[in-house]
Design a protein around this ligand. Structure first.
Ligand code: ADP
Ligand code: TRP
Length: 333
């Protein structure tokens, strides 16, 4: 039997942070040898926020180097840049004809973005889930490894794929499923500012590219409280977030150690933060070293992008041909 297909992407809007890494990129690396993988840089998606051409170009280069530094192997997986595969824009146009205003307006990501950038509520923002669906189904992906924040967008992609199949009475697209290791929940990496997720636009991100000094500074500034006052007290969100991060980067024993101290009301948050910072640095500094090296090798980056574009276009154009025939966009005369 052939391998199942996996696809995921990240917008090139800044440096990759721990949320991107533990929510998505680490899974990419784990999956690349067992699945037919497509990992891409969603540069068209990032146009909804109107980046300058310079920022867009450097963002694409940065994410490409970061993908490679994290261990995505361009020989095992197809790594490509969204705008190198124009077929996706064509499928997006077709899918838009069956995407309804009401359902698009109701998505939380649209409502949130409209709230964040009220001066720029553009049509691309509204149809963001349609383009994302096109990204996924143009390669007939079975699985999509993404963090919890993308759950609803993925649900929309499932809906559009099902709707297309139903409308044309043909199973053109497999219905894509979220992928999580060991069948657990999709991951949400918290921020260090007391509540919510870690994110670029949240301004609370610890980046893979940050220096150890920057990481120590960011972690030491994390929001805490004045400490537990009762034994075995439930942890408030800010403290729980620190423990969640610790669980992600530290050993089980380390987590147990601080958990016991918390439960005995003997915890010193400064010690916990120091440990957390060092364990984050142990994760990120080898990656940071590789990012720096790869960024210097522009010939290699160009080669990877070209190879990925060719492989991705081959797969996309095959699907698009089938889609056009099914829709009736095939000349009979
Ligand atoms: P950001 O929210 O920083 O703009 P993106 O939206 O570009 O990041 O996310 C790229 C990938 O990283 C997606 O798969 C997303 O689910 C994942 N991701 C981003 N932030 C987190 C987080 N805090 N926890 C888990 N996954 C995350
Ligand atoms: N919406 C995703 C994000 O903001 C990026 C993305 C675009 C994506 N197209 C995709 C993720 C297709 C997975 C599959 O993170």
């Amino acid at each position: 039997m052939g391998k199942l297909t996996v696809l995921s992407g990240i917008r090139p809007t800044g440096y990759l942070h721990l949320g991107n890494y533990f929510g998505a990129v680490r899974s990419f690396v784990k999956m690349q040898n067992d699945y037919n993988c497509f990992f891409f840089i969603a540069d068209i998606h990032s146009l909804t926020t109107h980046p300058t051409p310079e920022d867009l170009q450097s963002g694409v280069k940065q994410v490409l180097a970061e993908y490679l530094a994290c261990g995505i192997d361009p020989e095992a997986a197809t790594i490509f840049i969204q705008s190198d595969v124009p077929e996706v824009a064509e499928l997006y146009t077709f899918l838009n004809m069956n995407a309804y205003l009401g359902e698009l307006e109701r998505t939380t990501s649209f409502k949130e973005k409209a709230r964040k950038q009220p001066e720029n509520v553009n049509a691309g923002l509204l149809t963001y889930p349609v383009l994302m669906a096109a990204d996924i189904i143009i390669h007939k992906a079975n699985f999509v490894p993404v963090g919890k924040d993308q759950e609803q967008n993925l649900e929309m992609a499932r809906k559009f794929a099902k709707r297309f199949n139903r409308m044309y009475k043909k199973e053109v697209f497999p219905i894509p499923r979220p992928f999580t290791f060991d069948g657990g929940d999709m991951i949400k990496v918290p921020g260090l500012d007391g509540s919510g997720k870690m994110g670029k636009s949240e301004g609370n991100a610890i980046n893979l590219y940050d220096t150890p000094k920057e990481i120590r500074k960011k972690v030491m500034r994390a929001v805490t409280d004045s400490g537990p006052t009762e034994m075995d007290q439930e942890k408030p969100e800010a403290i729980q977030n620190l423990f969640t991060l610790l669980k992600i980067v530290s050993t089980h024993d380390t987590v147990e150690h601080f958990d016991t101290l918390y439960n005995k009301c003997e915890i010193r948050y400064g010690d916990l933060k120091k440990q957390l910072a060092e364990d984050i640095i142990a994760y990120t500094s080898p990656i940071r070293g590789k990012i720096i090296d790869i960024l210097e090798d522009e010939a290699y980056l160009a080669k990877v992008a070209k190879m990925g574009a060719e492989k991705a276009r081959e797969s996309a154009s095959e699907t698009l041909k089938e889609v056009k025939a099914v829709i009736g966009l095939k000349r009979l005369f």
